[in-house]
Write a new protein. Structure first.
Length: 447
């Protein structure tokens, strides 16, 4: 029996899609949520899975369990599938397996992927971190590098295995570099006979002139100092020009002179750029909407597409602006923004159904957090009636820790993360170092 209710299709169950579904679940609409995985991922802590600090279930939860209350209301269908194309004229999307789904209203929250700035061949040697599969592959590389170093007899052969390079000094890059340094200096000592893990080099390369460019300069400076105290070698103003199986080639400038450097390394992590999901290009073909340089969809003030008010794009795929006092400002690609966009897109959909005008999106910026390592973090908060609150060090690290525990999905995940972090803090052990290494991951380690 076909329902006469408006059909709402939500693509993606990240932060934005999840909030949109929750906001719409009490309305008189039929909702279909499509995601290519069966889990919602708390991406801010994904690097902890990659560095063996947390297990995958601690930072993820099955979508059907997460939305069990919404499912009980009887108007939500969840499908595990990948959307391969969007036909805006016919109001249908294509799924893998040649299936199609019709919709009356569409919310696209497909997220982002890695951007190698036109050098996609680098991805084989420098994986990025967006999914659980990425985290497992990086964990296999990092742990496998120490194992290969232990096997090497020649010190020259061993050095690239003991050199770890992180490209990009945004929050993910800084967190990865700091944690990898802790692993080498606190977790692995005395576990190998031929190598001293404390001698591992952790190198962080950044193209701009400072780390954590989205933070104010004073916090960027403190973050760099904290990284250096952890033993991370930080190089800013460096442009990567090549990545291969043997290492990284980059340029730095000495006045007007460009100098080329070669950094031998068998473990390179990419944290330098993101690009919109391929569904952005599908929308551009179907609707004529413009994309920005990163492949994100340039949306209207209310997050809809020009000429297609029935389609909204949210989260990392949207090149959105916040409309409030003064000139509209670009919205950062962070989880609080995605959540707010999800709620706004749902509210505007319901406004249109009731004949009311849609409202422009206004992003409430609560600030930025980034952890650097044990007892080290930077916090830049916006407190109503107080203004900017900025601090770093141990208390910033505590604030970061409890904020992330609070925003995790589910009580079980919060409890597990608290226990794992407490155990790691007092013992320096990382409980998730076991690697069930698939053939592909082994090939990458051997490459």
């Amino acid at each position: 029996m076909t329902s006469s209710k408006p059909r709402v299709l939500v693509i993606g169950c990240g932060f934005g899609g999840l909030e949109a579904v929750r906001a719409l679940s009490r309305a008189d609409v039929e909702i279909t949520l499509v995601d290519r995985t069966n889990h919602h991922l708390f991406q801010p802590l994904l690097y902890q899975v990659a560095t063996a600090g947390l297990s995958a279930p601690a930072v993820s939860a099955p979508i059907r369990h997460t939305l069990r209350r919404e499912m009980k209301r009887g108007n939500l269908t969840i499908l595990q599938a990948e959307v391969t194309d969007i036909d805006a004229a016919a109001r249908r999307v294509a799924l893998d397996g040649a299936e199609t789904l019709a919709y009356d209203h569409l919310i696209v929250a497909a997220g982002a992927t890695h951007s190698y700035f036109g050098r996609d061949e680098w991805s084989v040697h420098a994986p990025g971190l967006k999914t659980l599969a990425d985290a497992f592959a990086i964990r296999a590389r990092v742990i496998g590098a120490f194992e290969r170093a232990e096997r090497a007899v020649d010190p020259v052969e061993r050095e690239p295995w003991m050199t770890f390079v992180v490209i990009g000094a945004g929050p993910t890059g800084v967190e990865m570099a700091g944690t990898m340094s802790e692993i080498a200096r606190h977790t692995l000592p005395d576990e190998f006979r031929r190598i001293d893990s404390k001698q591992a080099r952790i190198v962080l390369l950044e193209g701009s002139d400072r780390v954590l460019g989205s933070f104010v300069p004073s916090l960027s400076t403190k973050a760099r100092q904290q990284l250096m105290r952890l033993g991370v070698e930080v190089f800013t103003g460096c442009k990567v020009t090549g990545i291969d199986a043997g290492g990284v080639t980059y340029e730095s400038r000495d006045g007007d002179v460009a100098r080329t450097h070669r950094l031998p390394s068998r473990t390179v992590i990419w944290a330098a750029g993101v690009a919109g999901s391929p569904l952005g290009r599908a929308l551009a073909r179907s609707t004529g909407v413009a994309l920005d340089r990163a492949g994100r969809v340039i949306v209207e003030p209310d997050l809809s597409l020009p000429g297609h008010p029935e389609i909204a794009v949210i989260g990392d795929l949207a090149a959105a602006r916040s409309h409030g006092r003064g000139e509209p400002k670009p919205v950062p690609g962070v989880s609080p923004a995605a959540k707010q966009m999800g709620r706004t897109a749902a509210a505007n959909l319901l406004h249109r159904l009731s004949g009311q005008p849609a409202k422009p999106f206004h992003y409430i910026d609560y600030g930025n957090l980034a952890t650097i390592g044990r007892n080290s973090a930077v916090v830049d908060l916006t407190v109503p009636a107080v203004g900017a609150l900025r601090f770093s060090g141990y208390f910033a690290w505590l604030f970061w820790l409890f904020a992330h525990i609070y925003f995790l999905i589910g009580f079980r995940n919060r409890l597990i993360v608290m226990i794992d972090w407490a155990w790691a803090y007092w013992t320096y052990e990382r409980s998730s170092r076991v690697v069930a290494q698939p053939p592909r991951a082994q090939e990458l380690v051997d490459s």
